[in-house]
Design a protein around this ligand. Structure first.
Ligand code: FAD
Length: 502
């Protein structure tokens, strides 16, 4: 039996989608194509869609998963120019897809959702919005909300750099007006692509990263021709790449039965470092002191070659002082620079501001989740009926493209909405038990994975619990969610009291 596309009385829910990155786009497209629903509005804070790929435009920025994996499975692009696409090409892909599905006409750009509150009496979300172009504010009532607000979005700029008096910026807010040619540049984190331009590069990194080689090959006209005209060739390429990447999940397992792939990956990283860095001292400085995978791996064949250049100095001591245009390290050494670039990552655990999402019984999601977000597969939460999170807690990946996770979450949300319409429910939410079971399982399984070993990473919250990642493969996530399980949800019959197992 197909999915129900309307309520019994022929009506459909009103839907609000927050964010027009890959998540928001996927939700909108799936609502259109699977439920024939167009009763949605997308709110996007920025003047363009794209999310990550609109904001991040630093030199060398691009995906670190292969292009063929980093696209919607239902919108294959046969024209990727390289095996790993750059930000511009990914953004153009997003724009093309958005135009194809007429998403532009559904997006309210420069309009931020500042507050979303569940009203039990209305069985609706009431959302406050602010149009940053006009200053106008308003409200929207929605039966259903999709949250695609992004996890890697708010730049983390440590306070200690406030005192730097020269030009400075975070990589997610790249200043294209400023010419770095012949400048003395300090980089905290990493942006290897600027190395040829600058006069002197001071590179600061307290804890080293595992670097794996990658071949970013051009995809020739011949291959593109085959992809376009012999679909099987592309299908095979897609599937082989997908499964090849899926199997790398084993390298993140610390169980003895996965010792061989894990040791092999560590050996590969060691060989790569040995081959690319001849100087013993520098090699020692760039050798991670934690097990492979605990922090995000970087796949780059330009990283080490950039750091061994004569005009590059690698500093592994902590920056203890910033005054004028001089940085002081814990060993007392000082470097005076013209520009400061911060590749210091993002606020991941605290993207959701306090008071922004208020669920049932006035529970503030940001405050509740700070203790550890107890969601159902990162998609739904017991206190927020009719709200679907995309790339929510415990759904990011350390080994493959998150677009699979976003698509799976959308499919699940679509099934939930169809279920609501079929059963004539005004609201639906995961049961506290289903949420607890999920989180308990993740916590247990994480004990056997490298991510939970001893290192600092954005995967963990302040208590050291991994709240960002899913513990297994994308295929496993899909398998778990391929069917909607009504027993894990409670709902409210339209104009009736809450019931269970509806
Ligand atoms: C440099 C970089 C490289 C990456 N490379 C990879 C990779 O290779 N593979 C991979 O799987 N993942 C990668 N990622 C992760 C990437 O973020 C995701 O793959 C994906 O783009 C997330 O899409 P999203 O729509 O969930 O979030 P985003 O792309 O962050 O989009 C969220 C959108 O929501 C909007 N928004 C937020 N709050 C509000 C609000 N209150 N009101 C209105 N609008 C709002 C934002 O403006 C933004 O446009 C990378 C991330 C970065 C930063």
């Amino acid at each position: 039996m197909g999915l129900a596309k309307t309520y019994k009385d022929g009506t459909t829910p009103t839907i609000c989608i927050i964010g027009a990155g890959f998540s928001g786009m996927c939700a909108a497209i799936r609502l259109q194509t699977q439920l024939d629903l167009k009763t949605y509005t997308i709110f996007e804070l920025q003047p363009e869609l794209g999310g990550t790929w609109w904001s991040n435009t630093y030199p060398g920025c691009g995906s670190d998963t292969t292009s063929v994996n980093y696209q919607f499975s239902f919108e294959m692009n046969y024209e990727w120019s390289k095996t790993y696409a750059g930000y511009q090409e990914i953004w153009e892909y997003q724009r093309r897809v958005a135009k194809k599905y007429n998403l532009y006409e559904k997006i309210r750009f420069r309009t931020e959702i500042t507050h979303a509150e569940w009203h039990e009496d209305l069985q609706q979300w009431v959302l406050d919005w602010t149009d940053h172009n006009t200053g106008e504010t308003g409200q929207m009532n929605a039966d259903i909300v999709f949250c695609g607000m992004g996890a890697l979005r708010i730049p983390n700029i440590p306070k200690q750099f406030d005192d730097f008096e020269g030009p400075k910026w975070h990589t997610a807010q790249w200043n294209h007006e400023y010419d770095l040619t012949n400048k003395r540049v300090a980089v905290v984190g990493s942006v290897p692509a600027i190395v040829d331009k600058v006069k002197k590069l001071e590179f600061y990194q307290r804890s080293s990263t595992y670097i794996m080689p990658r071949k970013n090959a051009n995809i020739s006209a011949f291959w593109k021709f085959l992809f376009r005209h012999i679909p099987f060739v592309h299908f095979l390429y897609y599937k082989l790449t997908y499964w090849g990447t899926e199997f790398t999940i084993q390298t993140f397992s610390t169980k003895w039965r996965h010792a061989i792939p894990r040791r092999f990956a560590m050996f590969l990283a060691w060989c790569f470092r040995f081959w690319q860095i001849r100087g013993k001292k520098l090699r020692a400085n760039l050798t991670p002191d934690y097990i492979l995978g605990c922090r995000r791996l970087v796949v780059s064949s330009d990283y080490y070659p950039a750091l061994v250049r004569k005009h590059v100095s690698v500093h592994t001591k902590a920056i203890t002082g910033v005054k004028g245009q001089t940085l002081t390290l814990s060993d007392g050494s000082q470097q005076e620079v013209d520009v400061l670039l911060l590749a210091t990552g993002f606020h991941v655990q605290d993207t959701l501001g306090e008071g922004v999402v208020i669920g049932r019984n006035k529970s503030d999601l940001a405050k509740v989740w700070v203790q550890g977000p107890k969601t159902y597969y990162g998609i739904t939460f017991a206190e927020t009926p009719n709200m679907f999170f995309l790339l929510g807690p415990n759904t990011a990946l350390g080994h493959n493209s998150v677009l699979y996770m976003i698509e799976t979450a959308c499919e699940h949300a679509i099934m939930a909405i169809a279920h609501m319409m079929e059963r004539d429910l005004s609201s639906i939410q995961a049961t506290p038990k289903a949420c607890k079971d999920f989180v308990d399982e993740v916590e247990e399984k994480m004990k056997g994975m490298a991510w939970s070993s001893d290192c600092n990473s954005w995967y963990k919250n302040k208590r050291g619990t991994i709240t960002a990642l899913w513990w297994s493969s994308c295929t496993h996530y899909w398998w778990r969610l391929r069917k909607f399980k009504p027993q894990h949800f409670t709902g409210v019959q339209r104009s009736k009291a809450p019931t269970t197992h509806v």
